[in-house]
Write a protein that binds this ligand. Structure first.
Ligand SMILES: Nc1ncnc2c1ncn2[C@@H]1O[C@H](COP(=O)(O)OP(=O)(O)OP(=O)(O)O)[C@@H](O)[C@H]1O
Length: 645
């Protein structure tokens, strides 16, 4: 660089023909002189810097030297005959180290370092064991200090939720105690055997009705209503907690528009929720549409919009949908409008946040607020995203979009919740453990401070098993307990299928499987048969783990241990619903036991009962089981052949 600099600028006459030869020789000489001067200065600077580095530990200096040493080429002969020790000693010698670390010659550090360590006359020698005084800041340290524990910082609404009792059998609120609920809806509730509200319903229904008191327009003082988040155990009646107030808020609508959109992760769940809406809208002019892809797009379009002479007419007030299909309608259904949307209900909210990569929420919000179009300042009814309330903003009637989130395992992670763009949210929760993180390194999802509540009537068991005895253990549990409905979960559809074939070959149990191997129609049929009690054992993937409400499931068996706490909560929540009792058994391999038990302890599972199934109990099943195993082998081979064809 210096050479380049010198050659370029040293001779102002460069370019003149006569001076060229002479100038070139002169320039080279000057350049060399300048280079030498630069090198000399660099050496001086290095020497000045050396005493400073010398006070640092001698060991890193040694390491630095070793790193700088150029790589030697391995000698083809001679060196091979040397022992590794001799080679190491030689290398150390070449590095300036002595093979004998005890000798005075071998004191680590350079000469400058050693000189630094010597006390100067008049200076007190350093006390024995005292650390050398560093002149400048020394990077790193000699003492390991424990890093302070990081505490989660939750926004106030998350840290201090409104508490809801989790026990649905105590302190129930009679239907008459909430007179705000429309008499017709009260009548419907009674007609369906509901005489009192569960705690989550008693807390959420009045809050929602109050926020909808302004009809479809902005609430008190010009403020949009708060968004609501509800976290309550499985089977605690969250569905009715949103169905009743949504139906009531829309009861007096004049023109049919989509005013409530309920989002669910699976077709089966959407179907279940739309059934509940149908019950409570039956005697009203309100219409419910199911948009899940179970029917063709054209058929669904027919249930949503009708072409008229002057445009399109909306045919649904409440749409229950899965994300993918909803986006299809936003894109492809002419006349499909969400511009009058008042309620956006997100059930199984934590799962729906996970499916946000489908970007269904921004699409819904954009469709509701007609983003992109400029707001007509003269329009009677204005629709803007929540913003600061000003005198001007209160001049026009505005229609808010209120988001309602429900889950048994609602995330406490503010970053995840932020994706939903909640407005002044309020949390209703049965879990009180929102403060403090788990302190062990258990892999309990990635969410913060997760502690979930379980139904009171649920008892948790685990069965230590070997891999080969797991199917026998399931058979023993099912045959021994003889419940009319048992749900058994596996971690994959292949695992479900094999277990199904094995149990079928064993005989004596009415068994079926439920997984993505079957189409929506077949799955619907299987669930119906299970509900009717025609299937005693349903072997399923996690497709039925969430939200599915089948009355009379008394036993849940985790054939494969769930990987995540959330999965466990939802799986075992298929039993002990609505205040009933139920049992959950998890089969655990030896290697899984420790981690699983820690995970549940973290989750605050009240009591986990160890349940050994002795070999004497399994022995009588073994001969039939072995026959079933060979039958399974034959069936699998046939299936593989068929697949290949
Ligand atoms: N007040 C009530 N009285 C009696 N039964 C009720 C009441 N509310 C709801 N149920 C019944 O409780 C069962 C569970 O309700 P729901 O499916 O709403 O639970 P959930 O909290 O949504 O559960 P999950 O988190 O598993 O989805 C349903 O069969 C429902 O009919």
């Amino acid at each position: 660089m210096a050479l380049f600099h010198v050659a370029r600028y040293s001779d102002p006459k460069a370019g003149s023909a006569e001076a060229e030869a002479e100038g070139e020789a002169g320039a080279r000489g000057r350049a060399r002189a300048l280079l030498e001067r630069l090198q000399c200065r660099a050496r001086e600077r290095q020497q000045l810097r050396q005493p400073e580095t010398a006070v640092q530990s001698a060991e890193p200096a040694g390491r630095r030297r070793r790193r700088r040493r150029p790589r030697r080429r391995r000698r083809p002969s001679g060196s091979a005959s040397q022992s590794p020790d001799a080679r190491r000693a030689k290398r150390r010698k070449a590095d300036g180290e002595d093979a004998n670390p005890g000798s005075s010659e071998t004191a680590p550090g350079t000469r400058a370092e050693r000189a630094e360590a010597q006390p100067t006359p008049g200076e007190r020698p350093p006390e024995e064991g005292a650390e050398p005084q560093a002149r400048g800041p020394v990077l790193g340290g000699f003492t390991r200090r424990k890093a302070p524990k990081v505490q989660p910082f939750l926004p106030l609404w998350l840290a201090e939720p409104r508490g809801v009792r989790r026990n649905v059998t105590e302190d129930l609120t009679p239907i008459e105690a909430i007179p705000e609920v429309h008499p017709d809806l009260q009548k419907q509730l009674r007609a369906h055997g509901i005489s009192s509200y569960f705690p989550v319903q008693a807390a959420v229904i009045p809050a929602l009705l109050e926020s909808a008191a302004g009809g479809f327009l902005i609430g008190k003082g010009g403020y949009p209503p708060s968004d609501l988040c509800v976290s309550a155990p499985t089977g605690s009646g969250k569905t009715l907690a949103f169905v009743i107030p949504v139906v009531q808020a829309l009861l007096h609508r004049v023109v049919c528009h989509i005013r409530a959109l309920v989002m669910l992760p699976t077709k089966e769940l959407a179907q279940q929720v739309s059934k509940v809406f149908n019950i409570y809208t039956d005697a009203t002019p309100l219409r419910v549409a199911l948009v899940t892809g179970q029917k063709s797009l054209a058929k669904e379009q027919e249930s949503l919009v009708q072409k008229t002479a002057d445009g399109y007419r909306c045919l649904a007030d409440i749409v229950v949908a899965t994300p993918g299909r909803l986006v299809d309608h936003i894109d492809q259904t002419p006349g499909f409008s969400l511009q009058q949307l008042r309620f956006l209900v997100i059930d199984e909210a934590d799962r729906m946040i996970d499916s946000m990569h489908q970007s269904w929420l921004p699409r819904v919000v954009a469709a509701a607020f007609h983003s992109g179009d400029p707001v007509d300042p003269c329009a009677l009814l204005q629709r803007r995203q929540p913003q600061a309330v000003t005198a001007r903003s209160t001049c026009y009637p505005q229609m808010p979009l209120q988001k309602l989130l429900f889950s048994a395992t609602l995330t406490q992670n503010p970053e995840k919740l932020q994706q939903l763009g909640l407005y002044q949210p309020r949390l209703f929760s049965t879990g009180l453990a929102h403060k403090g993180l788990k302190d062990k390194d258990v892999e309990v999802d990635e969410d913060l401070g997760e502690k979930y509540t379980f139904p009171v009537g649920l008892t948790h068991h685990y069965v230590p098993c070997s891999l080969s005895s797991k199917p026998l253990a399931v058979l023993r549990l099912v045959l021994g307990m003889n419940f009319s409905r048992t749900l058994c979960f596996t971690n994959s559809r292949d695992s479900s299928h094999r277990l199904f074939l094995l149990v079928q070959a064993f005989g004596g149990v009415n068994v079926a499987e439920f997984s993505s191997r079957y189409g929506p129609g077949q799955r619907k049929k299987i669930l119906k048969q299970f509900e009717q009690g025609k299937i005693q054992l349903l072997i399923s993937t996690d497709a039925t783990a969430r939200g599915i409400d089948v009355q009379g499931v008394e036993l849940v068996v985790n054939f494969d241990a769930p990987q995540y706490l959330r999965t466990y909560v939802h799986r075992v929540g298929r039993t002990a619903r609505a205040g009933k009792t139920g049992q959950a058994f998890t089969l655990l391999l030896k290697v899984q036991e420790k981690k699983f038990l820690r995970m549940l302890a973290e989750a605050g599972v009240p009591e986990l009962v160890r349940c050994e199934i002795s070999s004497e109990l399994l022995q009588p099943l073994v001969p039939r089981y072995e026959e079933a195993l060979s039958q399974l082998e034959r069936t699998v081979k046939e299936e593989q052949k068929l697949k290949a064809v």
